[in-house]
Structure formats: structure tokens, C-alpha cells
Design a protein around this ligand. Structure first.
Ligand code: GDP
Ligand code: MG
Length: 440
């Protein structure tokens, strides 16, 4: 995980007074990789790294934590700040009706989110909400909203065949005034990609409805393209906020940082599932952790005095999430096994690891552990980090060196393979999120 990589960079810095520029630059290379892996857009990454470098250089190193951890905390704090530390409520405390306009690409989740927010406003704030679909391009788009409206028991504007978006918006506002609705939600049409017709239509609707909120709905799985989407929409209408959908998937959250950096607008909600109550206020600190690839970075520093063991468990979790698990990790696990139930216990908690567990079952008495440790001890560092190097010749050497047999070496390799495979499966199943749930 990032803190480990940084730990390496900073180890020799221990006992010195302050973080110097060269060390920080070196650390920032790791930060850059972590951000790019999280799909943060390149220009945003550059900007971010610059800011953190500025903040880090010259900071004195805390006594209780390693310099690496300290930089992680600075990175995390900066991320959280950039993601938005301010509360981001919907601005609907206006003379009714408050108008909320939803914009975004097709399939980003606009219609679903419209219904989700309507449900929230109705349930939590007791608002009388009217929803209207302005999507006249996609067949059945208007019916889709009507169906969702029934599900959340929110009124939708009756559909009039052939009416165009601007007319529908006007009619929605009129209806809202006449029937004293508190909030009108306008669900606009999307396109597969940004085009001028869409933008013109959106602007025309904004002009007649003068919305109090214009929420850009973005799929959190949008990678580098997030920047373009944000720019294009932001240039055409005055966005007031962003909603990130599909945060339940295995998006690393990079889009959040990109969107936020480009538009400067707060991320107001996160969609976390298809169901209509699966929407949450946006939590910057959680997403920051996700971007950095760990559950709780700040906690790492705050719990700096805690046992190494937990740290190692977190490091393992991060490796698992990436599908990396080498002989060094196996060794660590073997060593912990007697103390904390180790991988056996871990395996028991994870779906898809039954086979790995079976491979270990019954052979885990103390002698076996000692032997396995010896086998790994006889490997070269290269072999440990790249077990696939282990050919027949190397196995014979290792068996000799550890006072075991080639058969024993093979058993260990088999165990490692089973475990790696299980971990790759975990990664496919949603990796970080599943693991975060387990370790968080
Ligand atoms: P629109 O074209 O922007 O109106 O998108 P829709 O609201 O029709 O959503 C497209 C698909 O994404 C639907 O199948 C939704 O159920 C799904 N969806 C929307 N938000 C979320 C979310 O937060 N999580 C998940 N898993 N699916 C979502
Ligand atoms: Mg739609």
C-alpha cells in the first residue's frame, strides 16, 4: 500500500529534523502512481502533487510516526480538502417552488437519481415534490420516471405526447405553482457523449426554469474522461453540484477528485446502488481513503503506536486488493498464524478461499510452520517476490538450503498459488470494497 511504499522512501529519513524536497519528490512519485491507478485525470494529478509537495517540504517530522506515514497523512488531508470538506446541502430554502435540474450523459443515472433525491426530500424534509421527465429522445424515458415516481410515491408531471423539453419545463413550473409544490425536479435527456444539440437544449431549459440547483450526474466509473465531461457541462450551464453514481461498484473514486478539481463544485451525493434508497451524502474522507487504496489513512497515523500486526493485516489487504501476494507475504502470514489465527482465520472469512484453506488444513502444526519458514528463508529476494521463477533447479537448491525436500517446496508453492488465485477472485468480486468491509 501507499504508506508502505512511502515508508521505504522515508526510512532513512528517520531521526532527521524535517522533510526535505528531494525526499518529498521521491515520495510524490508513489503518490502519483496511486492517483493514476485510482483513475484520477492526469492534469488533476499533476496539480495535486504540486500542492502536496509545497505543503510537505520543510515540515518537521513528528516523533510518533514515520516520515512516510506523515506524508500519507498530508496527502490524505489534502485529498479530503480537495474533495470538499464543506457541508453540501441542496439549496432549496427558497420561495417555492425550488427547481432542481439534473444533467449528464445518458446512462449516468440521472433518472434514478432524480427519484432517489425526490424520495429523500419527501421522506426526510417532508417536501412536496413534482418530477418531470424532459427526455423526449429515448423511447419510454418519460414512462421510466413515472414508474419510479409510483415506487417512491412522488407525483410526476402527466406526459403529453410530442411536447418538447422547454415546453415540458414550463408546464412543470406552472403546475408546481398552481398546486403549491415545494420542489420541481427536471430530469433532462442525456446523450452518449457530449454534443451541441444536447447542450443547446439544456441551456434552453435552464433559461426558462432558472434552476436553483443544477446537478451534474456522473458515473464514478468514468475514468480519464471525467475531466472532459465536467468541463463541457460546466461551460454550458452553471452547475451547482455533482452527484457521483455507482459508488457501490469498484470505482476507485478518481472521478470524484477529477470532477471536483475541474468544476470546483461540491459533490453533493453518492449513489450506492440501484435501489431508490441507495443514495448517501458524499463522504470526502471515505473517498480519499479509497483513492489511496486503503481504508483509513489518517487512522494509520493516529494509531501510530498500535501493534505492527494490524498494520501488516492492512498491508496484506491492500495487496490482496491488487491481486499481488508474494512469498514475503506468505511468510509474514505463516509467522502470524499461531498468534492470530492468521490466514486460516482470514481464509475462513473470505468467500472463494475454501480451497486455499483446505490446502493448509491439517498441516499447520508448529513443525510445518518452521519448515515453511525455512523454505522461504532459502529463497533469494527475487524468488520471493516472483515465485514463478521457481524452476526445478531452484527448487532443489532451496530444498537443500532449508533441509527439506523438493516435495515440501512444491507443497509450499502450491499453497501460495491457491492463495493468490483466491485473492485474484476477491479482486474480481469487488476487491477493496469487500476487503474494506472486512477490515474496516
Ligand atoms: P440516465 O440515462 O442518466 O437517466 O440513467 P438511469 O437513471 O436510467 O440509470 C442507468 C442505469 O444505472 C440503471 O440501470 C440504474 O439502475 C443504474 N444506476 C443508477 N445509479 C446507480 C448507482 O448508484 N449504483 C448502481 N449500481 N446502479 C445505478
Ligand atoms: Mg434518464
Amino acid at each position: 500500500k501507499l504508506s508502505d511504499r512511502l515508508g521505504g522512501v522515508f526510512d532513512r529519513l528517520r531521526g532527521r529534523g524535517a522533510l526535505n524536497e528531494q525526499d518529498v519528490r521521491e515520495a510524490m512519485r508513489e503518490v502519483r502512481v496511486a492517483l493514476l491507478e485510482a483513475d484520477v485525470a492526469l492534469p488533476v494529478v499533476r496539480d495535486f502533487v504540486e500542492k502536496v509537495t509545497e505543503k510537505s517540504v520543510g515540515q518537521s517530522v513528528l516523533k510518533s510516526v514515520t516520515p512516510g506515514q506523515q506524508v500519507v497523512k498530508i496527502v490524505n488531508d489534502q485529498l479530503t480538502e480537495m474533495l470538499g470538506s464543506e457541508a453540501s446541502e441542496l439549496n432549496i430554502a427558497v420561495a417555492p417552488p425550488a427547481v432542481i435540474m439534473m444533467v449528464g450523459l445518458q446512462g449516468s443515472g440521472k433518472t434514478t437519481t432524480t427519484a432517489k433525491i425526490a424520495k429523500l426530500l419527501k421522506g426526510k424534509q417532508n417536501k412536496k415534490v413534482l418530477m418531470a421527465s424532459l427526455d423526449v429522445n429515448r423511447p419510454a424515458a418519460q414512462e421510466q420516471l413515472a414508474t419510479l415516481g409510483k415506487q417512491v410515491e412522488v407525483t410526476t408531471l402527466p406526459i403529453i405526447e410530442g411536447q418538447q423539453p422547454v415546453e415540458i419545463a414550463k408546464r412543470a413550473l406552472q403546475a408546481a405553482k398552481l398546486q403549491s409544490f415545494d420542489v420541481v425536479m427536471l430530469d433532462t435527456a442525456g446523450r452518449l457523449h457530449v454534443d451541441q444539440q444536447l447542450m443547446d437544449e439544456m441551456r434552453a431549459v435552464a433559461k426558462v426554469s432558472t434552476p436553483h440547483e443544477v446537478l451534474l450526474v456522473v458515473d464514478s466509473l468514468t475514468g480519464q474522461d471525467a475531466v472532459n465531461v465536467a468541463k463541457n457541462f460546466g461551460e454550458q450551464v452553471d452547475l451547482t453540484g455533482i452527484v457521483l453514481t455507482r459508488m457501490d461498484g469498484d470505482a476507485r473514486g478518481g472521478a470524484a477528485l477529477s470532477m471536483r478539481a475541474v468544476t470546483g463544485k461540491p459533490i453533493k451525493f453518492a449513489g450506492v446502488g440501484e435501489k431508490l434508497d441507495q443514495i448517501e451524502p458524499f463522504h470526502p474522507e471515505r473517498v480519499a481513503g479509497r483513492i489511496l487504496g486503503m481504508g483509513d489513512v489518517v487512522g494509520l497515523v493516529e494509531r501510530a503506536s498500535e501493534m505492527v500486526q494490524k498494520d501488516e493485516a492492512e498491508a496484506l489487504a491492500a495487496k490482496m486488493a491488487k491481486g499481488q501476494f508474494d512469498m514475503n507475504d506468505l511468510r509474514t502470514q505463516l509467522r502470524q498464524m499461531t498468534q492470530m489465527g492468521g490466514l486460516g482465520a482470514l481464509a475462513g472469512m473470505m468467500p472463494g478461499m475454501k480451497k486455499a484453506k483446505a490446502a493448509m488444513a491439517g498441516q499447520m502444526d508448529d513443525k510445518v510452520l518452521v519448515r515453511m519458514d525455512a523454505i522461504i528463508g532459502s529463497m533469494t529476494p527475487k524468488e520471493r517476490s516472483k515465485p514463478e521463477l521457481l524452476n526445478a533447479k531452484r527448487k532443489i537448491r532451496i530444498a537443500k538450503g532449508s533441509g527439506t525436500t523438493v516435495q515440501d517446496v512444491n507443497k509450499l508453492i502450491k499453497m501460495h498459488q491457491e492463495m493468490s488465485r483466491a485473492m485474484k477472485r476477491i479482486k474480481k468480486m469487488g476487491g477493496l470494497k469487500g476487503l474494506a468491509a472486512m477490515f474496516g
